[in-house]
Design a protein around this ligand. Structure first.
Ligand code: NAD
Length: 263
């Protein structure tokens, strides 16, 4: 098999949670579909996921929209059952959904234990359960790639100076779940590697999304590559980790951060 063929996802079935979202979700889905995968996107709105999948199909990709709520364990299993009934297996699971509810409220003293509880429900228990739902199928198939989308803020703290004179909030629940996700991923890698399953994280930097100009300027000054992350910047990392090109790569946290964490 040539090296380019190893990057191909032709014949692979991939689920991207929140894969119809305008920022990373759609980027990840487009990247995997572009590499040949059958891509399923799912989040709380069936209509939004169907419309997105429809748009991908019109571009010649194989895509399907489904519904689930990562805070609702029953809906995680319903999504699992629907995917296995329709496709027979799942080769790639990309956990990109983020239950924003638990990350509302502002900084530490504005957040309450209720925010922490809601964050734990969606971004800890939900992540835990979606992996538990698909692992038996992957073990049965003898292969699978789990890719968890963490963040630079799973590795380092936010720099408060970056946000001066803006309304941008940095809820610490976010750092809590994103850091936990990285070591949870290592756990999966260690316990399931012998079953042919690889588990890795991607930790992206800030996606350029009309942030206040003073924030963008400070960000660009600090990040070695000199710009915020663009729509296609995460796709190569996702295709690499999903494909056989990374057959001997597991338990890593791949920084796609323009060098943010290099200093
Ligand atoms: N935007 C950034 O700069 C940035 C940087 C680093 C990492 N990330 C991570 O990338 C991932 C995607 O973030 P984003 O910024 O593209 O989107 P986002 O944070 O704006 O939205 C999160 C997505 O999750 C979905 N979602 C929310 N609650 C859900 C639930 N209960 N069940 C199922 N789906 C639910 C939403 O529909 C949405 O598509 C997140 O895990 C985020 O932490 C984002």
């Amino acid at each position: 098999m040539s090296i380019l063929e190893k990057f191909s996802l032709r014949g692979r079935v991939a689920l991207v949670t929140a894969g119809a979202g305008p920022l990373f979700g759609s980027s990840l889905s487009e990247g995997l579909a572009g590499a040949g995968a059958t891509v399923i996107t799912a989040s709380r709105s069936l209509e939004a996921n169907e419309a997105f999948a429809d748009a991908l199909r019109r571009r010649g990709f194989d895509a399907h929209g489904m519904q689930f709520d990562q805070c609702d364990l029953e809906s995680i299993h319903a999504l699992h059952d629907q995917i296995i009934a329709r496709f027979g297996r799942l080769d790639v699971l990309v956990n990109s959904a983020l239950a924003r509810d638990g990350h509302a409220g502002g900084g530490f003293m504005e957040q309450t234990a209720e925010h922490a509880r809601r964050s734990a429900e969606g971004d800890f228990a939900g992540l835990f359960e979606i992996c538990r739902a698909f692992l038996p199928d992957m073990i049965h198939a003898g292969r699978g790639s789990i890719i968890n989308i963490s963040s630079i803020y799973g590795v380092v703290s936010n720099d408060p100076n970056l946000y001066l004179d803006t309304d941008m909030k940095q809820p610490p629940t976010y750092n809590f779940v994103k850091a936990g996700m990285i070591n949870f991923t290592r756990y999966l890698a260690c316990y399931y590697g012998r079953h042919g399953i690889r588990a890795n994280c991607i930790s992206p930097g800030g996606y350029a999304n009309n942030q206040p100009p003073q924030f963008v300027q400070r960000y660009e000054q600090r990040v070695p590559i000199g710009r915020m992350l663009g729509h296609e910047d995460i796709q190569g990392a996702a295709v690499f980790l999903a494909s056989d090109a990374s057959a001997y790569v597991t338990g890593i946290n791949l920084m796609v951060d323009g060098g943010w964490t290099a200093h």
